[in-house]
Design a protein around this ligand. Structure first.
Ligand code: NOJ
Length: 544
């Protein structure tokens, strides 16, 4: 432990069960040094904003030493901060301040692959085929007469073959970019290294880990073919994510890794946790990642694919709640993250999309379990759809034409001109440009403005903490009879009942009998004994 190691927050070991976790996409959150890229001192300066917003924890995307080929998901040194984002001293100061404000810190762990600039990989490249240095990764000879064909038909998630050939003839495997070689998790040194990395960050006071590609570390023995890929049948293997079996995902042996990690997490005080970014064929298989001897949570990504309809949302909620019942752990809700189009845009963009996104926020925040809020959704930010191609940086863009840059545009904080206070006073730099339409969406433009999306999130988060039926893990979901296209459920704690109603019906509806409104995503008008809930709106009502 270092002298500056902060004390963990110890009040509640089960904090993660009902936490609202704010995802900080570090390079786009706040830029303290004016180089146009967000950094850790920038996060530190903005901690009071997050405390006032009412979230419980922050998940920071990777800030480790990295060539930044995949925005930091290509790690060259797991125990240091990239100078682009600051230093370990900055990290320690940030976590100390966060804890002092009651905010927990979750960091991203990237164990499936390293950067090609990692010393292990450079040593592997310098060493001969069959050498111990190569054994830490997945090197193989090719097929064909002279080994000119990749060892199997596996495809990179970013498009193209999952294999790259070296001048000496061998191939190495990468499920993502060629700059992200996959590790061989059957190698004891790899396992020991990551157990040590976990301890390194736990010693520095982190409260948890988000595990990147948590389902990917073990590949099927013998590296068997999938049987098809975009080259042969036109179907991309990644289309099976979350729906089918692939020899490089969700292998049974991967659970051994988490069974070794859990005692490490449990040996630290204060409820240290881990959440899996995992994709599995069935809810039952996904549930295997969670439990008292493995990880605490696995993201439920179903909301990301839900369309704006009562049936679609109801199905997502019922499935996720059933999944969590299987393992006896609470679920997690995600409307947006740094890999998907922002939900304002998914729901129709413009005013309609914003109205729906605000309603979806009230739906998500009324549900039991943990909610993950992606930075900027509290401002109602849409996807930026018209970024010039030459500015796009996502490595998958070049390979597939699909780019995740539009949801990664820096946060607008204040001011009249882009980048809207992203950097220090007077700084005009930002690694991606914010559109002119974001002026009215900045934090400053929305603070204290009744009805703004920011104030809606603040009010909802306050009520979520304070209302007995929403606080903690109280109150399961009880669905109520409604008109078609309207979702309504209650949660109760003793006599206190909170009812969330979402109107996806396309026509206004009158809500009566659920008590007084607590928070609403659009203006409610009184009608008789009840209230009119407009189209694409949601509201919470309470009875005590
Ligand atoms: C999932 C991360 O969320 C994504 O941003 C990244 O590109 C891949 N894993 C590879 O690490």
């Amino acid at each position: 432990m270092t002298a500056t190691t902060p004390e963990p927050l110890t009040s509640d070991d089960d904090w993660w069960r009902s936490a609202v976790v704010y995802q900080v996409y570090v390079r786009s959150f706040a830029d303290a040094n004016g180089d146009g890229v967000g950094d850790i001192p920038g996060i530190r300066e903005r901690l009071p904003y997050l405390r006032d917003l009412g979230v419980d924890a922050l998940w920071l995307t990777p800030f480790y030493t990295s060539p930044q080929i995949d925005a930091g998901y290509d790690v060259a040194d797991y125990r240091d901060v990239d100078p682009l984002f600051g230093s370990l001293t900055d990290f320690d100061a940030m976590i100390t301040d966060a804890h002092a404000l009651g905010l927990r810190i979750i960091v991203d762990l990237v164990p499936n692959h390293t950067s090609s600039a990692h010393p292990w990989f450079t040593a592997a490249l310098a060493a001969a085929p069959g050498s111990p240095e190569r054994a830490r990764y997945l090197f193989a000879d090719g097929r064909g007469e002279t080994g000119e064909l990749p060892p199997n038909d596996w495809e990179s998630i970013f498009g193209g073959p999952a294999w790259t050939r070296l001048p000496d003839g061998q191939w190495y495997m990468h499920l993502f970019d060629p700059a992200q070689p996959d590790l061989n998790w059957r190698h004891p040194e790899v396992r020991a290294e990551f157990e040590d990395v976990l301890r390194f960050w736990l010693d520095r006071g982190v409260d948890g880990f988000r595990i990147d590609v948590a389902h990917g570390m073990i590949k099927a023995e013998g590296l068997p073919d999938v049987g098809f890929n975009s080259m042969t049948t036109g179907q991309r293997q990644s289309e099976l994510l979350g729906k089918g079996r692939l020899p490089y995902f969700d292998q049974d042996e991967v659970h051994e890794i988490y069974r070794a990690w859990r005692p490490i997490l449990d040996s630290y005080p204060g409820g240290r946790m881990a959440v899996a970014e995992a994709w599995a064929e069935t809810p039952q298989r996904l549930a295997r990642y969670i439990g008292a001897d493995e990880l605490h949570q696995a993201f439920s990504f179903d909301f990301l694919d839900a369309t704006w309809s009562a049936d679609s949302f109801r199905k997502v909620i019922d499935t996720a709640l059933a999944e969590s019942t299987i393992v006896g752990a609470p679920t997690t809700w995600v409307l947006s993250n740094h890999d998907r189009q922002r939900h304002v845009t998914r729901y129709g963009d413009g005013e309609v999309g914003l109205r729906r996104a605000r309603a979806a926020a009230l739906l998500m925040l009324a549900l039991p379990g943990a909610a993950y809020v992606y930075q900027g959704e509290e401002l109602g930010l849409p996807e930026v759809l018209d970024l010039p191609d030459e500015l796009r940086q996502d490595p998958s863009f070049l390979r597939t034409g699909e780019s995740r840059d539009g949801c990664r545009v820096p946060i607008p904080w204040s001011g009249e001109l882009a980048p809207y206070g992203f950097g220090p006073e007077g700084s005009e730099l930002s690694w991606l440009p914010a559109p002119a339409t974001w002026r009215g969406l900045s934090v400053a433009a929305q603070t204290g403005v009744p009805g703004s999306t920011l104030e809606l999130y603040r009010a909802a988060l306050r009520a979520r903490h304070e209302h007995p039926a929403l606080a903690g893990t109280a109150g399961g979901v009880v669905w109520l009879e409604t008109e078609p296209g309207v979702l309504a459920f209650s949660r109760a704690a003793g006599p206190a009942v909170l009812t969330c109603v979402v109107n996806l019906s396309g026509a206004e509806v009158t809500i009566d009998g659920y008590g007084q409104p607590v928070v609403a995503s659009a203006d409610l008008t009184e009608r008789g004994e009840g209230h009119v809930l407009p189209v694409d709106a949601a509201a919470w009502f309470e009875r005590r």
